[in-house]
Write a protein that binds this ligand. Structure first.
Ligand code: FAD
Ligand code: FES
Length: 558
């Protein structure tokens, strides 16, 4: 490999885009080219089935900045890899030389046989797919969604909110059979039926015609539009043709290496060892794509004498799915040999799974704080007993501070686990840049702190507290170390998550507990997707042992 290696990334989805940005921010020594076949600027897929369908495009685009020095080629497909000459053949006839090649080619919708070519059938993977569906959604539209997985259910919820008459057809006896415990599937079923959708389980599709769907048992479901969401297949053809080991996914080791030297793979296209189950699986989640990309960037930048530093990307797989008002979050395995359930969907339901006495999975509905606590325990390769889980309220951390009187901090107690060696401790927050640029000088409109929020000692170093302004606005207060304190809006700009209740503080970064976007607490500026809009910050300082904050925010600069 040359001293200034040429790195080419194939695929400009979340994984490819995150890798390119991370390499740029870490100062990768060689040239970086990001190649994508789609004609759009890099965008995020989760909104496509949710807010995008309801007309909100604010969370769609991935951060456009941070790609300084990266050559971006859009609307061009990689068609062949020459591993001997180390060159990539492009659809426009060009050859792109590489020293290091990263395949981030994602996945495509699994096709469904038996569809009349004239039938109005859609799939949902790309922005173009989402636009085509959105153009048809309207009040009274009869929509059949084939597949009761997360994307089908999210779309069903969005379409229902727009007034469509939705029927979900699921071939299995329950919803989301691959990814959530039966207890959670029952709650989902009740939620979608209560929201007005018709949900048919055990519904095998025989054919799709203009006007409807024919089921194997002879039933017919009328539909103006049909959306098929029955899973995805990996875009691994390029790798397979180059002799790289694949099986509906490119096999990678813990350092994202394929079976070909200097060729790596990340994101939905990979088949990797699940650190919890120990099996090789495809993990088709946003957090996996982002986490792998960030870990690979650190690995490629951390080498000395040209040798990559080995960094494992192991962490408990997790995903979220927002289905109307219902927030689902799952980490680890959906099933174990013992299940314990806490709470209820209205106030927050958490279901834990144990295998051989070890915590292996957690699923939550409308309970992000409890979920994040348990996810971190899983991530750290630790465990907790079902009894401790049953008394989860005692484990909440950090406490919420208010001017009226802070709650007592209660320590989190976890037990070490004998988990598999592959389960390396990981710190999710270390995946976002740890060296943030210094904050800008105080804005001209900054006003002096004028509200006594709480005694400094009420918030431990590295912890988050909160207070409320006279108008009721909730403010998050961050104590970094000593008397270094900052304050921002409590509400994440991406959704409705509370940063003090559900977030985690790492240095000057606050990470939102719902989708793990993050902000710089000194400025309120977003640091990582899916957060793209700044939150307001409030001047804060310590005077005579008390934290004071200004009631007037510093408006975020564009
Ligand atoms: C509608 C929808 C909603 C989702 N919601 C959630 C959610 O709520 N929570 C969650 O955890 N996950 C969610 N996901 C999954 C998440 O978006 C994916 O896990 C993530 O996008 C994977 O990123 P990726 O970069 O690996 O692949 P992709 O996003 O698929 O990107 C791969 C890119 O590579 C390009 N490409 C492929 N082959 C070539 C080639 N030969 N040459 C050039 N370019 C190529 C493709 O066109 C594509 O743009 C959702 C996905 C969808 C589709
Ligand atoms: S609500 Fe999505 S990152 Fe905060």
């Amino acid at each position: 490999m040359s001293a200034s290696p040429a790195l080419v990334i194939v695929g400009s989805g979340l994984a490819g885009h995150t890798l390119a940005r991370s390499l740029a921010s870490l100062g990768y020594a060689g040239s970086v080219t990001l190649l994508g076949e789609e004609h759009h600027a890099p965008y995020d897929r989760p909104p496509l089935s949710k807010e995008f369908q309801r007309g909100d495009e604010s969370t769609l685009m991935l951060q456009a900045d941070g790609l300084a020095g990266v050559q971006v080629i859009s609307g061009c497909k990689a068609v062949a890899i020459d591993t001997d000459r180390r060159a990539l053949a492009l659809s426009d006839g060009r050859q792109l030389p590489w020293d290091c090649l990263v395949l981030a080619t994602g996945a495509r919708p699994r096709p469904l046989a038996g569809s009349d070519p004239q039938a109005p059938v859609h799939f949902l993977r790309t922005l173009d797919d989402a636009r085509a569906i959105r153009a048809k959604l309207r009040d009274g539209l009869k929509l059949a969604v084939i597949g009761g997985g997360p994307i089908g259910l999210e779309l069903a919820a969005s379409a229902g909110q727009l007034g469509a008459r939705v029927t979900v057809l699921e071939a299995a006896p329950r919803l989301m059979a691959r990814t959530v415990p039966a207890t959670i599937a029952e709650v989902l079923l009740g939620h979608h039926r209560a929201s007005g959708a018709q949900v048919l389980l055990g519904a095998q599709v025989k054919a799709i015609h203009r006007g409807g769907v024919e089921l194997a048992d002879g039933r017919r479901v009328e539909a103006d539009v049909v959306v098929v969401g029955i899973g995805v297949v990996a875009n691994d053809d390029l790798a397979h043709a180059a002799g790289i080991a694949t099986d509906d996914g490119i096999f990678v080791d813990a350092n994202f290496r394929t079976t070909q030297p200097d060729v790596y793979a990340i994101g939905d296209v990979t088949r990797q060892r699940n650190p919890i189950s120990g099996r090789f699986e495809r993990i088709e989640t946003w957090s996996n794509a982002r986490g792998q990309a960030q870990a690979l960037a650190r690995q490629l930048c951390g080498g000395t004498n040209g040798a990559p530093r080995v960094v494992t990307g192991a962490a408990a797989p997790w995903f979220w799915s927002d289905q109307g008002s219902l927030r689902l979050q799952c980490a680890g395995l959906p099933q174990g040999d013992q299940e314990v359930r806490r709470g209820d969907p209205a106030t927050g339901l958490v279901v834990g799974q144990w295998s051989a006495g070890r915590l292996v999975g957690v699923a939550a509905i409308n309970a992000p704080q409890d979920f994040n606590l348990l996810r971190r325990i899983l991530d750290a390769g630790q465990s907790m007993t079902p009894e401790a889980f049953a008394s989860l309220t005692e484990l909440r951390s950090p406490p919420n501070h208010t001017p009226e009187g802070p709650a007592e901090p209660v320590p989190v107690t976890v037990t070490p686990s004998d988990g598999p060696a592959a389960l390396a401790p990981s710190a999710p927050l270390a995946q976002v840049p740890s060296t943030l640029p210094p904050p800008p000088p105080p804005a001209a409109q900054a006003t002096a702190p004028d509200l006594a929020a709480c005694p400094l000692e009420d918030i431990e170093e590295g912890a988050i507290g909160s207070t409320s302004l006279p108008d009721g606005t909730r403010i998050a207060i961050y104590r970094i170390r000593g008397e270094e304190v900052f304050a921002t809006d409590d509400k994440c700009s991406h959704g409705s998550s509370s940063l003090c209740d559900e977030g985690s503080l790492e240095g000057h970064l606050i990470e939102c507990g719902l989708h793990l976007g993050s902000f710089d607490v000194r400025t309120g500026k977003p640091v990582s997707t899916p957060c793209t809009k700044a939150i307001r910050s409030y001047p804060a300082q310590v005077r005579n042992g008390t934290i004071w904050i200004a009631t007037q925010p510093i408006e975020p600069s564009p």
